[in-house]
Design a protein around this ligand. Structure first.
Ligand SMILES: N[C@@H](CCC(=O)N[C@@H](CS)C(=O)NCC(=O)O)C(=O)O
Length: 104
């Protein structure tokens, strides 16, 4: 994998927030590395990448961290424009999808 397109997901095996990001990466066909974090004994990378909430998932793309699962999903969809798109193109459908994603 080229260093300029490196994707690392910091997660926790039992987290549904992490699972939604993992699924999105797989659906879009994006190669990524996975780093399991111990959220009871937070490591230096998690504290460095998500200093505010100190939670997983964190997606690190080319060294830049993105956190909050729904924010990560939108980032993935905007960064990798290949089908399938995670959000519909129609603004009304996009709004409805955002609502239900947050609700779930
Ligand atoms: N709103 C966050 C929630 C993430 C979250 O709650 N992650 C949990 C694992 S399921 C976590 O990292 N917990 C560690 C902690 O609360 O210290 C998101 O959607 O990413």
């Amino acid at each position: 994998m080229a260093e300029e397109n490196k994707v690392v997901l910091h997660g926790l095996w039992s987290s549904t927030y992490v699972k939604r990001v993992e699924l999105a990466l797989k659906i879009k066909g994006i190669p990524f590395e996975y780093v399991e974090e111990d959220v009871l004994n937070k490591g230096p990378l998690l504290l460095k990448y998500n200093p505010i909430h100190k939670k997983v998932p964190v997606l690190v793309h080319n060294g830049k961290p993105i956190f909050e699962s729904l924010v990560i999903l939108e980032y993935i969809d905007e960064m990798w424009r290949n089908e399938p798109l995670l959000l519909p193109k129609d603004p009304n459908e996009r709004a409805r999808t955002r609502f239900w994603a947050g609700y779930v």
